[in-house]
Design a protein around this ligand. Structure first.
Ligand SMILES: Cc1cc2nc3c(=O)[nH]c(=O)nc-3n(C[C@H](O)[C@H](O)[C@H](O)COP(=O)(O)OP(=O)(O)OC[C@H]3O[C@@H](n4cnc5c(N)ncnc54)[C@H](O)[C@@H]3O)c2cc1C
Ligand SMILES: Cc1ncc(C[n+]2csc(CCOP(=O)(O)OP(=O)(O)O)c2C)c(N)n1
Ligand SMILES: [Mg+2]
Length: 574
C-alpha cells in the first residue's frame, strides 16, 4: 500500500515488526490509524468496550506469543483508561506498545477539550514514552519505542496527535528490521567456578525458581537432581517449572504450601533463579543466599543476597552443570518431598464434593483442571481465584496461565482471556473469574460475542470481595464494605449472546463445566460458592495471633487451622 500519511507509515512499521492486530477503542484522534488499517485490510482492529480491557488483552497476547502486542486509546480519557492494564503489562515485563492519541497539536498547553499529558501519565508504567509532534520524527520514534519494548521487556508509549497522524509522511517506509533480541548472558568463568563451589559446599540447598526459568526446564531439573535440591516455585514460574518435576515441593507465600515454606526455611543455601518473589517475610534469615538473574538490578531486591550472578538461566546453568558434584545427602530433599506429599494430600481433600453441602471453590477448580484441554490457557482473577488456580491447576508444559500476579489488579481475567483467545484462535481459553472482578469490566462480555471468541468464563459467585474479607479477618478487624449484591450472571450472559449455565449443587458442577467447554461459542458458568471458605481456625485466639499475623494469614490460606499451630510451634515459639 502506498504510504501517504504518518498514520500509514505507523501501521506499515508495525506490520513489518510482525504486529497483526491492535486492541483498543476508536476515537476521532485515532481516525488516521484506523482508516489506514481499514484501507490495508491486513491488520485486525480488536475493538473492546473499555480501553483497560484492550491493554490487559495486549499484555496476555504478548505474554503468550513472546512478541510485541499493541493497544491504542484516543486522546484524553480514551488513553487514560489504558493505564491500569499498562501497569500490569509493564510489571509483568511483556513487550507492549501503547498508542496514546493526543488532542490537536496546536491546542496542546491550552487546557483544550480532553487535554491530558500522557508523557507524565504513562511515565511510571513504561520504559519509553514520547510525543510525535512532527512527521519528521516518524518512523524513528516509533522504532525506538518498539526496540525498547522488545529489548527491555515492558511498555513503550507513542503519543500521537490526531492531526500529526493525518499529515503527509516524510519517510516512505521502516528503517529497521525487528528481530527479537536473544542474547545469551553468562557470568564470567571465575563467577561460574565460585557458583559451583558454593553449591558443592552445601548439603541442604533449596532452589526458589521463577518465571525467569522459562525455557530452561531441563537444566533446572538436572541441577536439582545433582544437588538433591527441592524446587520451590514462585507463582509466575508455575507454568514453566511445576510439570515433569520430581523435585517440586510447591509454592511458598500466602498462597503457598507449607512444604514450600519449610523447604526454604530449612535449607543451608537458598539458590534463587529467575525470580522476583516479593514477600520478604518468607525468606530464611540465617542461610547463605545465592541469586541468579538476567537483570543485575534485581539482585538483593527482596532479601539479603550473599552472592549475586548476572546471567540468563539457561546459559548460566549450562555453564554451571559440569562444575557440580553429585550431592550424596538426600535427607533434605526427601523430607521436603514428603512434606509436599502431605500438604498436597491435605489440599486435595479440600477439593471434594459432598451432596447436600455447599460447593467448595476448590472442587470447582479441580473440576476445571480435570476437564480442561491438555493445552488450555487459563486466566485467574486477583482474589480467591488466584488461590484456586495456584493450587489446583496442573501444568504440563503446554498449558499456560495468566494472572495479574505482579501488579495485582482485579478484573484481569476476562480481558486476558480475550487477548489469549484472539491470539490463539484454536485453543481452549478458560477464565476463572471472581464475581467482583468479573463485574468490574463486565462490559467486555460483549466483546466475546462481537469477535466470536469462544472463551469459557467460570464465575466464582461468593457475593463478596472474599479475598479482602480474608485480609480483614487476618488483621483482626470486622468485615466492612465487602458484600456484593449480585445479579443472575447467567441472564446477563444470555442477554449478551453467550451460553449461560449455573451449577446449583456439587453434583451439577461437572456437567455444567463440561457443557460449557464443549459448547461451540462463548459460555459463562455461574457457581455459587461460600464466601468464607477459608475460615479462621477456632483453636487460636486473637492474642495468640497478634504479631504473627503473617503466619496466621499463611496458615488460614493453607485452608487448615492446624497449620497455624504447626507454624507457630516451628517458627515462632521456639
Ligand atoms: C492475590 C495474590 C497473592 C499472591 N500470593 C503469592 C504467593 O503466595 N506466592 C507466590 O509465589 N506468588 C504470589 N503471588 C504472585 C507474586 O505477587 C509474584 O507475581 C510472583 O511471586 C512472582 O513470580 P516470579 O518471581 O516467578 O516472576 P517475576 O516477578 O516476573 O520475576 C521474574 C524474574 O526473572 C528474571 N528473569 C527474566 N528472564 C530471565 C532469564 N532468562 N534468566 C534469568 N532471569 C530472568 C527477571 O529479571 C525477574 O527478576 C500473588 C499474587 C496475587 C495477585
Ligand atoms: C482494581 C483493584 N481494586 C481493588 C483491589 C483490592 N482487592 C484485591 S482482591 C479483591 C476482591 C476480589 O473480589 P472477587 O473478584 O469477587 O474475588 P473473591 O476474592 O471474592 O473470590 C479486592 C477488592 C485490587 N486488587 N484491584
Ligand atoms: Mg467474590
Amino acid at each position: 500500500m502506498a504510504i501517504t500519511t504518518v498514520a500509514d507509515l505507523l501501521v506499515e512499521v508495525l506490520a513489518e515488526a510482525g504486529v497483526r492486530r491492535i486492541y483498543g477503542v476508536s476515537g476521532d484522534s485515532l481516525n488516521g490509524i484506523t482508516e489506514s488499517m481499514r484501507v490495508r485490510g491486513d491488520m485486525q482492529w480488536v475493538g473492546t468496550r473499555h480501553e483497560e480491557t484492550a491493554a490487559f488483552a495486549a499484555g496476555a497476547d504478548a505474554h503468550l506469543t513472546g512478541s510485541l502486542a499493541v493497544c491504542a486509546g484516543s486522546c484524553g480519557p480514551g488513553n487514560l483508561h489504558l493505564i491500569n492494564g499498562l501497569y500490569d503489562c509493564h510489571r509483568s515485563r511483556v513487550p507492549v506498545l501503547a498508542i496514546a492519541a493526543q488532542i490537536p497539536s496546536a491546542e496542546i498547553g491550552s487546557g483544550y477539550f480532553q487535554e491530558t499529558h500522557p508523557e507524565h501519565l504513562f511515565g511510571q508504567c513504561s520504559h519509553y514514552c514520547e510525543l510525535v509532534s512532527q512527521p519528521e520524527q516518524m518512523p524513528r520514534v516509533l522504532e525506538i519505542a518498539i526496540q525498547t519494548a522488545l529489548s527491555k521487556r515492558g511498555v513503550a508509549v507513542i503519543i500521537l496527535p490526531g492531526d500529526v497522524a493525518l499529515r503527509d509522511s516524510v519517510a516512505s517506509g521502516p528503517r529497521l528490521r525487528f528481530a527479537e533480541p536473544r542474547p545469551t548472558i553468562c557470568p564470567s568463568g571465575d563467577e561460574i567456578n565460585l557458583l559451583g563451589e558454593l553449591l558443592n559446599g552445601s548439603e541442604r540447598t533449596t532452589i526458589l525458581a521463577g518465571a525467569g526459568c522459562a525455557g530452561a526446564h531441563d537444566e533446572l531439573i538436572e541441577l536439582a537432581g545433582t544437588r538433591q535440591a527441592p524446587i520451590v516455585h514462585a507463582m509466575r514460574g508455575k507454568e514453566f517449572i511445576e510439570y515433569d518435576n520430581p523435585f517440586d515441593v510447591g509454592m511458598t507465600g500466602l498462597l503457598g504450601f507449607s512444604s514450600g515454606y519449610h523447604a526454604m526455611m530449612n535449607c543451608d543455601l537458598l539458590l534463587m533463579i529467575g525470580t522476583d518473589f516479593p514477600y520478604q517475610q518468607f525468606f530464611p534469615k540465617d542461610v547463605t543466599v545465592v541469586q541468579i538473574d538476567v537483570r543485575g538490578e534485581q539482585l538483593g531486591r527482596r532479601t539479603k543476597v550473599d552472592f549475586g550472578f548476572v546471567g540468563d538461566t539457561k546459559t548460566t546453568l549450562r555453564a554451571l552443570l559440569p562444575k557440580l558434584k553429585q550431592n550424596l545427602y538426600v535427607g533434605h530433599l526427601q523430607e521436603s518431598i514428603e512434606h509436599y506429599r502431605k500438604a498436597r494430600k491435605g489440599l486435595d481433600e479440600l477439593a471434594s464434593a459432598t451432596p447436600g453441602k455447599p460447593i467448595h471453590p476448590q472442587y470447582v477448580a479441580r473440576v476445571i483442571d480435570q476437564l480442561a484441554a491438555e493445552d488450555a490457557i487459563f486466566s485467574c482473577d486477583v482474589g480467591t481465584p488466584t488461590i484456586w488456580a495456584a493450587r489446583y491447576l496442573t501444568m504440563n508444559g503446554k498449558r499456560r496461565i495468566l494472572g495479574s500476579f505482579n501488579h495485582g489488579s482485579m478484573a484481569n481475567a476476562l480481558p486476558q482471556a480475550i487477548g489469549a483467545q484472539v491470539s490463539h484462535p484454536g485453543r481452549q481459553v478458560i477464565s476463572m473469574s471472581g464475581d467482583g472482578g468479573f463485574s468490574m469490566l463486565m462490559g467486555d462480555l460483549l466483546t466475546l460475542r462481537q469477535h466470536e471468541l469462544p472463551v469459557k468464563l467460570i464465575v466464582f459467585k461468593n457475593d463478596s470481595l472474599a479475598f479482602v474479607e480474608l485480609e480483614m479477618k487476618a488483621a483482626g478487624i470486622l468485615e466492612f464494605g465487602t458484600h456484593l449484591h449480585n445479579p443472575d450472571f447467567t441472564k446477563i450472559a444470555e442477554g449478551a449472546g453467550l451460553l449461560g449455565l449455573r451449577a446449583e449443587t456439587p453434583d451439577q458442577v461437572e456437567t455444567a463445566i463440561a457443557e460449557a467447554l464443549e459448547y461451540d461459542g462463548p459460555a459463562l458458568v455461574e457457581v455459587p460458592v461460600p464466601r468464607q471458605e477459608l475460615a479462621m481456625p477456632p483453636t487460636i485466639t486473637f492474642e495468640q495471633a497478634k504479631g504473627f499475623s503473617l503466619f496466621m494469614m499463611k496458615a488460614v490460606l493453607s485452608g487448615r487451622g492446624d497449620e497455624v499451630i504447626d507454624l507457630a510451634r516451628v517458627n515462632l515459639l521456639r
